[in-house]
Design a protein around this ligand. Structure first.
Ligand code: 48F
Length: 258
């Protein structure tokens, strides 16, 4: 016979244990779009203690909707190996252009990342960071429902050796740092430079170069990289997002080993 309160107790105690186990991390990833998921997968595979915080209910970010809600994405040649690595089926449309079902891609990235050991806290928003000696040392988090309701509720904190800002166009983590009176980002003007108009080819190339430390302790990944360092947007071509997640993970993994 099922007891309702036992069901509630199981959820409350398991969730709180999971949260307690992840209050101190090697890497905290903010944003569960394609770049954050690839970064999470790679870091978990490398044995790092890594958790991902996602504001929304579901993972996948801007990938779900493909291009203008047509749920297919395009991935260029250089990144097809990542689709293959995750086991996401793709079709060659013409040489150099591969398509994949965006729902299958989003769900597969999410599933493989979690199975590799990434812990996801969805419905949690990152509203700020902690800084000590001019370096980010963790995240300030709150329930997304608190944020959406505009409620005055104080947050909790997560300590992390590294943070990856994978929040997409909004570059929210670096944005909040950039607005502090005493902080300068590692960009030309010390601020989030903002993104330029849509130019797929240049944007995709620049994404990888812009995947780097943008403030001590914080790496960019995905579209955030271009938004922070002032490059172009790219529309529904996703290779750069996958490669950027991979690069952020590799570099943060290396920095943790130093
Ligand atoms: O936007 P998103 O998919 O980021 P991405 O990995 O990929 C960008 C592409 O989808 C597309 C593109 C490429 O062709 O231009 O836009 O760079 O996913 C970002 C995720 O971060 C979450 C947000 O809900 C989304 O799922 N997010 C944003 N801000 C916060 C956050 C925050 N403050 N706290 C938690 N999650």
């Amino acid at each position: 016979m099922l007891d309702e309160v036992t069901i509630s107790r199981a959820i409350v105690s398991t969730y709180l244990q999971k949260l307690q186990d992840h209050l101190e991390l090697d890497v905290a990833i903010v944003g569960g779009g394609p770049s954050g998921l690839v970064a999470g997968y790679k870091l978990a595979q490398a044995g790092r203690k890594v958790a991902l915080f996602e504001r929304k209910l579901s993972l996948g970010g801007g990938m779900w909707g493909g291009g203008m809600m047509m749920n297919e994405i395009v991935v260029q040649e250089q990144a097809k190996r990542i689709l293959d690595e995750f086991g996401v089926p793709s079709k060659e449309f013409q040489p150099g252009y591969h398509t994949a079902d965006s729902v299958l891609c989003s769900t597969t990235l999410a599933s493989k990342a979690c199975l590799a050991g990434l812990t996801v806290f969805n419905l949690v928003s990152v509203e700020d960071v902690m800084v000590r000696d001019s370096r980010v040392t963790g995240l300030v988090i709150n329930w997304s429902a608190v944020e959406m309701g505009g409620l005055h509720v104080d947050p909790l904190t997560i300590r992390a050796k590294w943070v990856i800002d994978a929040t997409g166009h909004a570059a929210e983590v670096l944005g909040v740092i950039s607005r502090k009176v005493d902080a300068r980002l590692l960009t030309e003007n010390g601020r989030v430079m903002g993104e330029r108009s849509l130019w797929a080819d240049v944007a995709e190339t620049n994404t990888l170069g812009n995947t780097r430390e943008a403030f001590p302790g914080v790496y960019t990944a995905g579209m955030c990289a271009n938004a922070v360092f002032g490059s172009y947007r790219m529309g529904p071509v996703f290779g750069g997002m996958l490669l950027s997640g991979e690069k952020a993970a590799q570099e943060v993994h290396r920095r943790l080993s130093e």
